[in-house]
Design a binder for this molecule. Sequence first.
Ligand SMILES: [Zn+2]
Length: 220
Amino acid sequence: MGAISQLLFPSSCLLCNLPGLDICSECRIKIGRNHRNLFISDIPVWAGALYGDGLSELILLAKEKHIAPARNFLAELLVESFMRARNESEVRERVILVPVPSSKSANRTRGYRHAYLLARHMMKNLPPSQKGSVAIQEVLVVNRKVADQTNLNREQREANVQGAYSVTKNSDLAEQADLYLVDDLLTTGSSVREGIRALRQAGLRPAGVLTAGVSPRLFS
Ligand SMILES: [Zn+2]
């Protein structure tokens, strides 16, 4: 890119390098939207887009490279999922977003908590009418060593996270609000299933799950 176009277009598309927007309109169209819901452990899941090349790249950039515009795009998808949840279900006045936690070692290596930052970016992108009633609470924590899920199959993922999450002690606020689990991607659902189990064990009832992406295989 020449110096002049650098001045005119300070950023370029994270996916195709086209000067202009962080994610160009063509790449946005390719990512598209998912409008189907599914259930994990009887809890409804609203997911913004089907997992494919563009979305996988943006998840990687947000999760491992700390790229803010990528994270912001995932947050946009999450806000859309949240607004669909608001429209399609009976909701209480107050909502608490519960980030699905990463392992302690992943948080240490990255220097940030990925799902928590997604929830933070969601808050910034919420419509003004919703802002006052939504809060984030990190009530779920990882209580033991877990491996990175990326290269594990379905059964291995299930075993890897089973019983690995606990609810923190100061979760009294969570009882008076709708709890929504927040994550970047639903691949097999094992992390979210474990999150739901841990919340239920603590006497809490999650209202739904919000994810930016969902594996198309979960619909087949
Ligand atoms: Zn592009």
